[in-house]
Design a protein around this ligand. Sequence first.
Ligand SMILES: *Cc1c(COP(=O)(O)O)cnc(C)c1O
Ligand SMILES: [Zn+2]
Length: 430
Amino acid sequence: MNFVCIDCGTQLPIGKFAYQCACGGLLEVIHDFRGVDAERLKRLFTERLSERMSPYASGVWRYKELIAPEQPEEMICTKYEGNTGLYPASWSLNRFAGVRGLWFKAQSENPSGSFKDNGMTVAVSHGRSLGYKQFTCTSTGNTSSSLAMYAAFGGESSCVFVPNKDISINKVLQTLAYGATVISFDGTYDDGILFLEKHADELGLYVCNSVNPLRIEGQKSIVYEIAQSLNWQLPDWIVLPGGALSNATALGKGLRDLKELGFIERLPRVAVVQAEGASPFHQMMAEAMEELAPQREPYTRASALNIGNPPSWRKARRVLEETGGVTTSVSDAEILDAKAVIDRSGIGCEPASAAALAGLRKLVRAGIADKDETAVCILTGHLLKDTDALKEYHLDAKWPSAAHRNALVASSLIREDVSKHLRAAEAARS
Ligand SMILES: *Cc1c(COP(=O)(O)O)cnc(C)c1O
Ligand SMILES: [Zn+2]
């Protein structure tokens, strides 16, 4: 297990923290899977499903051999993350998306409420094993909450950099509650990344941004879990929202592992969905540009996707090339409608997550995905991560489509009145 530069191929030892090569290229972890007995591992992963209190009860560390084989067990900081539900779509979700078979992988069910936990447990554990005591990131919210939670749980400290606008107050409050030092700055996510690139080292901080290669390793477990739940048979499509593109990168890397080890025979196609207001990666792919052109003032209501200069675009492009993948973009109104349908189905998610379903619907309508194909949408964050978005949709009717709105019903406490409202609700449902 080493770091390797994705641009020039230089290898660096994993025992010294780095995420960037001297040439400026990003690093990734490479494993040597030669001599790995895939059948034995498969059995081991199944046996570990009955673990309760060891690190292997985690839906990430269950796959330690493929993620961080050299991580000392006693330095693992885990909250049994992963182990999230994989739910078949209800009739209305199927109809909304327009495909035959559809599942939702609810990464929203992680301990801090987002898929960032899958990667963060590995990054923080790695940092601890190197002796770091202070952890940092810049974030639109969920990365901070996740980092603050693990740092607190592991008895370490964290300092996070959060833009002072267009982020969800729920996430900031969660981060404060876990005891992180929260630095609120005037600028964008991209400015925060640049600051840490320059200064984190001098400040003695271990960087847990999306470019941290160990986070990518941990996030691979999302696709391992999906594959294991479906008895190592993946659907035709995996659809996910794209912001900094760490998740798309991780998903692709996990798929590559599974294929290389012979766990799966065929790669699903990966679809990355961006919000129209922050879609530099989709622009690049749609116009077959050589390089990503950063977007200066990204804005989308799906705050987790508010990123104009995603650092991992090269890695993500490689994933699309390898899987016959595609990109698309959807409007905020489409995102919020898709979210309302997911919420109403009883699964629930935050706005950014719903971009996956809105994007799948669009791909089916454009004839890129076929109605007879199967898909998994990855739900990245929890319904309660952005309560303002719920208020705007259901109470303030701020978004155009009233179709999925569920407004408050004002009534007297008289039996006839209540009965009238119940009949109206029943009629609306049928
Ligand atoms: C971080 C995040 C994303 C975007 O994932 P990337 O890896 O940055 O592309 C999407 N949804 C939610 C809820 C997130 O927290
Ligand atoms: Zn390099």
